[in-house]
Design a protein around this ligand. Sequence first.
Ligand SMILES: CC(C)(COP(=O)(O)OP(=O)(O)OC[C@H]1O[C@@H](n2cnc3c(N)ncnc32)[C@H](O)[C@@H]1OP(=O)(O)O)[C@@H](O)C(=O)NCCC(=O)NCCS
Length: 163
Amino acid sequence: MITLSRATLVGDELDSLVEICLSQPDYWRCSGDQDPESMSRATLEPMLREDAEADGCETVVARDGTGRAVGFAQLLLRHPTDGHPWIGLLLVDGRQGRQGYGRTIVTAIEDRFRAEGATAIRLGVLVVNPEAQQFWEALGYRRIDLRPDRAKGRPTRVMEKRL
Ligand SMILES: CC(C)(COP(=O)(O)OP(=O)(O)OC[C@H]1O[C@@H](n2cnc3c(N)ncnc32)[C@H](O)[C@@H]1OP(=O)(O)O)[C@@H](O)C(=O)NCCC(=O)NCCS
């Protein structure tokens, strides 16, 4: 069982999110958003806070049945151009990979947005991250565009799933 709750970014929860980030050095290496050799709580906390507090955005923490944080997702609730919710980043604890947590978290996000009336979810996958591409395709997301991402102009595949 997985439950999602809005991130508070304080105390033990913040420690857990930092640990989850540190467990995925290959993601930061390929995205270029953090230097895996030098990233630390000091570099990760401001990034997490900025993403969670941006206008129209929300970070959700995924916890297993014991209450342990196993991943988190950054959500854009309504894209300014297409009106759909977007998943900005999904990060599962690298020590718990391929156990179905990613799929379960995405299902919970889809259920939430479906209940709120959304008709589709979109996201961007960096072209340099083919493993993530395979993950999203396994979950039924389809490529609808290839374009530079808004943050840094990196080649990005836009994926969509109709709800
Ligand atoms: C991508 C990510 C979220 C997947 O989480 P996960 O919990 O390991 O994935 P799941 O166990 O739920 O996998 C579900 C299915 O996706 C596919 N999949 C997952 N990881 C894959 C990989 N590395 N290569 C190929 N297919 C993969 C498989 O079909 C898998 O089913 P299976 O294990 O029964 O074969 C996780 O690896 C991660 O956090 N990566 C770093 C950050 C990232 O790239 N995020 C996505 C960009 S937005």
